[in-house]
Design a protein around this ligand. Structure first.
Ligand code: SF4
Length: 326
């Protein structure tokens, strides 16, 4: 561990000032402290924001939901409004990490978490995300768990968050506080694909602070759910996952929101699947036909070709689970 300084702030103004000066925000610390121990991250200053007032879950004016950045994963998963309005969020959270981690980790920290690519955490390996221009050991190395969508020659790592997949499906926005006030960034623009700059992972300006995540209102009734496929049943990251929401009225699917995890460098929205569903009547044949489009554009690596078919089957199964209950 390298030496660093630590300061705990009591209001957002103080936090933003410290952030502008290069301080690194920390709340639950469940990712950052590990990375500091492994010397992957070496911040000079930690700014503890755990005392800031971002701990509420509220229903918005238009019937959506706002989850404060400092709400713990466990609190968010158990919140009655989250459970009843968006079960897909609760399920994604409860299938993440371990009970101990879910008690500590926050929603803001969860969407900021860094990749689980083993080479990223091995400081002896080439990794463009950790050291710009040092290469990508995963490209021709151990890449069984890596991305089949959204990758580049510079990085093929997946995004690790489950709840970010649910937020992507629901077309949520990230609320950001900065020196010029508050702004809202759609989730799909907030997390960045690697391109030639895999070290840039979020559309954050210097010193900006996440205050919460806002989920827009969706037409009711809304059924939703999350399925995660992994090598073991708990405390494991997704090989593939699917977040599905369906609004069915008069026997016809009026709205469908679908996203996949474990397969993309960012949570992966599936518009081709959604389009195949909208305007049609739920049926087993429809779930199969729609899921056929789930892996459109996939470019598997040497060790992860299995993810193409696994992704289709994961999406089909969650469509069936959600759709058969509408
Ligand atoms: Fe690093 Fe990305 Fe390559 Fe992993 S996949 S070694 S994180 S550059």
């Amino acid at each position: 561990m390298y030496p660093f300084s630590y300061t705990k702030v009591s209001d957002t103004r103080e936090a933003l000032r410290a952030g502008r000066q290069g301080g690194r925000y920390i709340a639950g610390g469940t990712t950052l402290v590990d990375l500091m121990r492994e010397t992957v991250e070496r911040p000079d200053t930690l700014v503890d924001i755990s005392g800031l007032p971002f701990r509420q879950v509220t229903v918005t004016e238009h019937g959506g939901l706002r989850i404060g950045a400092l709400v713990s994963m466990a609190e968010a998963a158990a919140h009655p409004k989250v459970r009843t309005l968006y079960p897909v969020i609760s399920q994604a959270l409860e299938l993440s990490a371990s009970a101990q981690l879910r008690n500590m980790a926050t929603i803001g920290g969860n969407i900021m978490q860094r990749t689980r690519c083993t080479y990223f955490r091995d400081v002896t390996a080439g990794c463009n995300k950790r050291v710009v221009g040092s290469g990508c050991a995963a490209l021709h190395g151990n890449n069984r768990t890596h991305a089949i969508l959204g990758a580049s020659d510079h990085c093929v790592a997946t995004h690790a968050s489950d709840v970010a997949v649910a937020f992507t499906a629901l077309e949520a926005s990230v609320r950001l506080l900065g020196p010029d006030g508050e702004r809202s960034v759609p989730f799909s623009d907030f997390l960045l694909r690697p391109g030639r700059t895999p070290h840039r992972e979020q559309a954050l300006r210097r010193g900006e602070l996440i205050s919460g995540v806002e989920i827009p209102a969706h037409p009711r009734p809304l059924k939703s759910g999350y399925l995660k496929v992994r090598d073991r049943q708990s405390y494991e990251f997704a090989l593939t996952s699917a977040a599905v929401t369906l609004h069915v009225k008069g026997g016809v699917i009026r709205e469908a929101k679908v996203a996949a995890g474990g397969v993309g460098t960012v949570p992966w929205k599936l518009p081709a699947v959604e389009q195949r569903l909208i305007g049609r009547r739920p049926s087993g044949a429809l779930w199969t036909a729609a899921a056929e489009r789930a892996a459109d554009g996939a470019r598997p690596l040497q060790q992860n070709r299995f993810k193409v078919e696994l992704l289709r089957r994961t999406v089909e199964r969650q469509l069936r689970i959600t759709g058969d209950s509408t």
